[in-house]
Design a protein around this ligand. Structure first.
Ligand SMILES: [Zn+2]
Length: 133
């Protein structure tokens, strides 16, 4: 799927609008599609000591809180035309709940698809849960 679903983009834009980013002024929204097909949205949440929560982490927390453990898709929207890719910490967090079919997609501020990554492309040779067994 290369054409973003308009309702998913609407959700991305809306959740980005709810971001709490008074320090960076860089609002980000994320929607994760879980194995069930349900969508979970998250926005970045900054705090005064600068250790805020990224949008992707926020969306994944909502998914896990609902009892789901597997990511089918991760969608990310930033405030501008440039790529707003998941940070290193989020790549590892996505990896925790990803499999070889998981897609990570980044759209521009208007919702146009900029990049579509596999987990392996986003975080090659990643350390994951199976490394601990
Ligand atoms: Zn992040």
């Amino acid at each position: 799927m290369n054409t973003p679903d308009p309702s998913l983009i609407e959700t991305l834009v809306a959740v980005r609008g709810n971001a709490y980013a008074p320090y960076s002024r860089h609002p980000v929204g994320a929607v994760v599609v879980a194995e069930s097909g349900r969508h979970y949205a998250g926005a970045n949440v900054e705090v005064a000591h600068y250790k805020g929560l990224c949008a992707e982490a926020s969306a994944i927390a909502a998914m896990v809180g609902a009892g789901e453990r597997r990511l089918r898709e991760v969608w990310v929207i930033g405030p501008g035309e440039h790529l707003c890719t998941p940070c290193g910490d989020c790549r590892q967090r996505i990896r925790e709940f990803a499999d070889e079919h998981t897609r990570i997609r980044v759209v521009d501020a208007e919702g146009r698809l900029l990049k579509d990554y596999s987990m392996e492309a986003l975080l090659p040779d990643a350390f994951g849960p199976e490394n601990l067994t």
